[in-house]
Design a protein around this ligand. Structure first.
Ligand SMILES: NC(=O)c1ccc[n+]([C@@H]2O[C@H](COP(=O)([O-])OP(=O)(O)OC[C@H]3O[C@@H](n4cnc5c(N)ncnc54)[C@H](OP(=O)(O)O)[C@@H]3O)[C@@H](O)[C@H]2O)c1
Length: 345
């Protein structure tokens, strides 16, 4: 089968389209014929050698796919060939076939297209765990979301709006903010505009932020933290502006300066909390994973939420999708289609 392999870190062109053996099926596994791959920012960081959860190179990156079960391994019950599924993984998803434990092949919601199924799992699970399990969202909370027009961001804006929260969406362009308003954001702030701090103040002067879902770092992290209300919770989910190279000590210093951090005594004085989460910890904990999945699925169905697929790419164009995500021009989820993958529910 074909798969994109990463042998060294670097720009998108270091991803190589390779022929590799089909993955082997063990007891309790299913083999999935991939129809759509969801691209995650963590894979951009992995490609650059900046992601701690990546395995040793060479490896096939890719943390989520949607497709159909093609082969069912020994000791698997209750699954059928042809079933539409989606699944998350640490790596291996940039391929035409993947093998996963049967329990991790989650049923793709019937009314989602394959593109939407590939855009759903990681982004919605991340936003859901951050907002509801970690920050314990309440309907009367005022919630700020950064990179709000991105994959995780559009999921978080929809979830928090559906909860009844007052959503403040922050992003890097007016076009992105427009998208977040269409998803329910009541207030928007462009953090790349020269008047960022004052326009943020005009929204938070009367009422601070009860919850912040933060994925950018640096000045954006600091500005959100400074505007937390008493008892506010800031949850770090990512650090998108992380960038450094081995040969440039100035870039190490910049990465250190912009890393999200707080002083505990400052948090004590303001009565605020800093939390952080990584969705990868759900993977080995199948019971917890299925509990989160079930609560999220019920919520999404009850509120008729859907992932936002911002752009689609052919399998052969996968490095271009990386380049686009890095350019900060993308919105919603970037989905790579494999084969003729039919994009209908
Ligand atoms: N903790 C977890 O379990 C977990 C799981 C999934 C994702 N994440 C994190 O959540 C964040 C969003 O992930 P995603 O896959 O949904 O990506 P995304 O938000 O669709 O794309 C990344 C966005 O980050 C923003 N950004 C800010 N500074 C940037 C920079 N210097 N270079 C590039 N982009 C920058 C850009 O939006 P603006 O132009 O609007 O700033 C860009 O569009 C990432 O930081 C990712 O690592 C964490």
């Amino acid at each position: 089968m074909r798969a994109w392999t990463l042998r060294r870190s670097g720009p998108p062109k270091v991803l190589e389209l390779t022929d590799v053996p089909d993955p082997e099926l063990g007891s309790g596994d299913v083999l999935i014929r991939v129809e759509a791959i969801g691209i995650n920012y963590a894979e951009v960081l992995s490609r650059k050698g900046l992601y701690g959860w990546a395995p040793e190179r060479p490896y096939v990156p890719g943390m989520e796919v949607a497709g159909r079960i093609e082969v069912i391994g020994p000791d698997v019950v209750g699954r059928s060939v042809g079933e539409r599924v989606l699944c998350g993984m640490q790596y291996g998803g940039y391929a035409e076939r993947v093998v996963v434990r049967a329990n991790r092949a989650l049923p793709a919601p019937d009314h989602f297209s394959m593109d939407e199924a590939a855009a759903f799992g990681v982004n919605f699970m991340t936003a859901w765990v951050a907002l509801t399990e970690m920050a314990r969202l309440r309907p009367d909370d005022r919630v700020a979301i950064t990179a709000a027009a991105g994959g995780v961001g559009t999921a978080a804006v929809q979830i928090a709006s559906a909860f009844g929260c007052d959503v403040v969406a922050l992003a890097g362009s007016e076009e992105k903010l427009e998208l977040t308003r269409s998803l329910g954001a009541a207030y928007t702030v462009n953090y790349r505009a020269p008047d960022f701090e004052s326009s943020f103040d005009s929204i938070t002067a009367d009422r601070g932020l009860d919850v912040v879902l933060e994925v950018v770092g640096g000045d954006v992290f600091r500005a959100c933290n400074a505007r937390l209300a008493n008892f506010g919770r800031l949850i770090v989910v990512g650090y998108a502006q992380l960038d450094y190279t081995k040969w440039n000590p100035f870039s190490w210093w910049r990465a250190w300066r912009d890393a999200p951090r707080i002083k505990v005594m400052d948090a004590a004085v303001a009565s605020t909390g800093l939390l952080a989460t990584h969705i990868g910890y759900l993977l080995p904990d199948e019971e917890r994973l299925l509990g989160v999945w079930s609560a999220l699925s019920d919520f999404v169905a009850a509120h008729d939420l859907r992932p936002i697929v911002g752009s689609t790419w052919a399998f052969e164009e996968l490095p271009e999708a990386h380049r686009f995500m890095e350019s900060r021009a993308s919105t919603g989820k970037l989905v790579v289609r494999v084969g003729q993958g039919e994009d209908s529910p």
